[in-house]
Design a protein around this ligand. Structure first.
Ligand code: PRP
Ligand code: URA
Length: 207
């Protein structure tokens, strides 16, 4: 199941981050800003518990988050979304998955993983700005599940029907949140219209 966040504040920022003339400094800032809004929506049904708080006036019945939250950026481009999540959930723990897409085969190659133990029983948020074929995301989810995670959501900035279908087939329990579900993939397996190579645009490594 995939959901795109149609709020005008998200869509406005998405228009700017897509723009080929947006440089890496602004691209990074927008990645943080957009991710924070998507995460806000994605966590709307997260587990909470009732607590009593003493205000200066009286007791108030309140709710607090009642689950460990573990954010898993997919290296490298997922790192550009981390700050946005940590601004919203400063106590979140962070794990890492290193996956890159082989330029020839377009298949994911995993090279690193490091998870906190709280992935078991906690809420895991996989972050990667681009969910294109879905191969990298499925690879990250496979690794998380192999290490005991069973409550996983994915936050990306742009995805497309082909990628969503691939993730849904492999992991029907995982919900995907995005700022946009674009039209298709091109022959290079880039999302169209997309925003180009997210890692290069984030880190200023394009030619
Ligand atoms: C990009 C992107 C995703 C992947 C998406 O990473 O950040 O991880 O491609 O493609 P897929 O859905 O078809 O797997 P890339 O391989 O360019 O590595 P990078 O983050 O190191 O730039
Ligand atoms: N990786 C990217 O960075 N962009 C795409 O459109 C597809 C994969």
């Amino acid at each position: 199941m995939a959901e795109s966040i149609e709020h005008p504040c998200v869509q406005h920022k998405l228009a700017i981050i897509r723009d080929v003339d947006t440089g890496h400094k602004r691209f990074r800032e927008l990645s943080t800003e957009i991710t924070k809004f998507i995460c806000y929506e994605a966590l709307k049904n997260i587990k909470t518990k009732e607590v009593t708080v003493e205000t200066p006036v009286a007791s108030a019945t309140c709710r607090k988050i009642d689950t460990d939250i573990v954010v898993i950026p997919v290296l490298r481009a997922g790192v550009g979304m981390l700050e946005g999540i940590l601004e919203l959930v400063p106590t979140a723990r962070v794990g890492f998955v290193g996956v890159y897409r082989d330029e020839k085969t377009k298949l994911p190659v995993s090279y690193y993983e490091r998870f906190p133990p709280q992935i078991k029983g906690g809420t895991c948020i996989v972050i990667d700005p681009m969910l294109a074929t879905g191969g990298s995301t499925v690879c990250a989810i496979d690794l998380l599940k192999e290490h005991g995670a069973d409550n996983i959501i994915v936050i990306c900035i742009v995805t497309c029907p082909e990628g969503i279908e691939f993730v849904e087939e492999a992991h029907p329990d995982v919900r995907i949140y995005a700022a946009a579900i674009d039209d298709e993939l091109n022959e290079k397996k880039y999302i169209v219209p997309g925003l180009g190579d997210a890692g290069d645009r984030l880190f200023g490594t394009s030619h």
